[in-house]
Design a protein around this ligand. Sequence first.
Ligand SMILES: *Cc1c(COP(=O)(O)O)cnc(C)c1O
Length: 426
Amino acid sequence: MTGLVCPQCSSQYPLTNKHGKVSNIYCDTDFRKLRAAYDLGLVAKDIRKEKIQNRPEDIWRYLELMPIAGDKRPETATSTGFTPLKRADKLAEFLGVGELYLKDDTVNPTGSFKDRGVDVAVARAKELGYETMACVSTGNLAKSTAAYAQKAGMKAYIFVPANLEDAKIAEISQYGANVIRINGSYDDVNLLGGEIAKSHPEIAFVNINFRPYYGDGSKTMGFEIIEQLGWRAPADIVVPIGGALLTTKIGQALDEFYSVGLIEKPNTRIHGVQAEGCSPVADAVINKDNDGKKHDFITPVTPNTTVSSIAIGNPSNGLDALHVIRNSGGYAATASNEDIESCIGLLEKEGVDSEDVGRVVLGAAKKLVKEGRIPGNEGPVVLLMTGHKHKAPYANDYLNNLIDPIDPRLEQFEKIYNKGLEERVS
Ligand SMILES: *Cc1c(COP(=O)(O)O)cnc(C)c1O
């Protein structure tokens, strides 16, 4: 890792400021979110399939392409990733394709692919001497951040909308984090998170100031698929879209493995799928202007779907994802409630215990095959299974000990945070 880079103008930024903290989040010129940059030429000289294969089976086997400064597997590594790529012949028949696989990230330590990015963010935060992790989330990221921070012996502040389901809040609270419920929508929570990140540079916000590191954790899902297919890129990958970071990182994974000489030039079509009622990226792929031109913008929407893990109306990486999908020759589709219901029980037949997002992926993939967007006879088709069903058996034990909800105002957070500091000192 050589620094941070703007995806638009390629301006380079240093990794840390003079205080040794992460500094830039956005490009000064384009205001695009920065990502980690690597010297791929240097990595190419050194990286070998055999070397990777001899390492432990988790995300850190791709060490040379991971966004940390150290050249060793970090001490906080948490056996994240290297999840099964399950051959799914029954579903192949259902979809009408030859060779189908489910990449089963429901079996990650806290049940979703978010663990990949959080494992990396925690390692990077430790490396820079941070003691406190945080995130804004409506569920899976919250649970992952709470769990990994606890395991690394760090404090955690988890910001969620106050109306989040009890089951999710209880799941998050199991990991001893400070769960801060905010009276407001996810957008309000997100705005407050941005303000806190600015006035508290000592906090490592997974999806704000640590976004470049967190994001690259998701690349490993793409690396693993390629390795598990015998160092072969699939013909088609179907990716569910929320904030759209995963879609862009699947594209980056394919590019990087090619650039460092691990695979032939890939021809993988990357397809993005969303739930009907919250499909700003899929709409941008599918829609054209009146004069027939393709859209090159994302129109934010107010989410109206029960598939909460991907209910993001204004995806942070929406435009990047649109470009990745288009440049790959992929397409997009949405799944309606009927599509989702028609897929109930099907993933279970292949041994995957997914939340509804998996059924959005399957339902939308069915459409993509029918429309000929996935030919189905050109090589492996991979569906990403990103999150496990939610379950909170001991909810009441946790719900009784919560901090009271606050309004989305910095000074209200300060009161809770300062109290936390006093407790730590005493
Ligand atoms: C976060 C999430 C997604 C979407 O990933 P993005 O990078 O936000 O697009 C998909 N599925 C599950 C289960 C998630 O938790």
